[in-house]
Design a protein around this ligand. Sequence first.
Ligand SMILES: [Zn+2]
Length: 434
Amino acid sequence: MSASDRGELLRAPLFHTPRNPFLVDRALECHWDGGLLIRDGRVAAAGDFGTTRTANPEATVVDLRGGFLLPGLIDTHTHFPQLRVLGGLGRSLLDWLEACALPEEARMSGEAYAGETARAFVHGLVSHGTTTALVFGAHFAAATAALFEAGRASGLRIASGLVMSDRRLRPELHQTPESAYRDSSDLIRCFHGRGRLLYAVTPRFAFSASEAMLEVCQTLRREHAGLRFQTHINENPQEIADVAKLFPWATDYLAVYERFGLGGRGAVMAHNVHPTEAEIGRLAASGTAVSHCPCSNAALGSGIFALQRHVKAGVRVALGTDVGGGTGFGMLKEALQAYLLQRVVSEGPKLNAAQLLYLATRAGAEALGLEEDIGDFQSGKAADIVYIRPPAKTPLAAVLERTETPEQALAAIFTLAGAECIQQVRVEGSVVYE
Ligand SMILES: [Zn+2]
């Protein structure tokens, strides 16, 4: 038997949410003395160490006690060309785009600069424990290809696409519908379904896309099976008012995308901070996911996301960091921010640790249509793992010495664990970062 056949048995407390904790009680599975058996890159078993060990005496034990095993984190909304505009505080969406984001995005026309940015961006993901990300590419094909190449080299799961716009940004960011079609088709042929890469059709938002451009998006989705889709929706009142003027025939923002068939499973719309009840109902009915980006919503003053209304209506909600409108790459921090913002809503939900874990892992897998393969530690899934271990003398290490229940430990991890606690990251069992 080869080492891979025998398997590797990781010993540490482990947490995962194979069920949706917004719908069922006791959705959190925790094994305090846990054993996670990896064989051929897949999870072969996740349970108590003793039981798993007895059933698999041939497996090589890796003792990771002192840290915690979580499923790899899944970021469902972020922009690689905005890495260097993180920290642009004090503005609202449209003003921030003009002053901070778009000038930097225009610099992605330089291939060397775009390549450097893509590599630094992917490092930002993995060093924060993110194993899968749905990423806005650039407005330039070569820069978007650079992101895919960096993703391939990193071993992460990356879904991305050329950002499509033909009006209202700045001229150097605009394509024609014809050139966007040609460039997107080429990128799809090169990268979609290659290894861990997926292509996502990516109109920036209805604000900057003509009907002809949205029609190109629809055509691309018809021509290629399994593409994902991503865009923005209902982020800021001024944006929403402008979209209403641009598409006078549309009853609301979502109706613009619906006219072109741009929704459904595998489609992720970021923000939705100011939706109507009708839009929420239609998002639920179509299976379109919403990426909630609470750090960005607070930083840009966009508003507080109506999490309760979405969940009650049955909309799939996952989390996104929204680099660079957000405040960094940490999905643990993003989940904490979701908790904090919901706490300040009167009568808002008090999110528990299981719900935070679900939002940062399995919910992202469901949003991307990847829940059969990733998102938790059920047997047969890819062994995408983040190993969190606080360095000695950190506040988190001190807190964990005193926690009495697994839920307390998990809540402390969400509250206090930064990138310094990400000790190892694996995708399909292989170490991609440590
Ligand atoms: Zn965004």
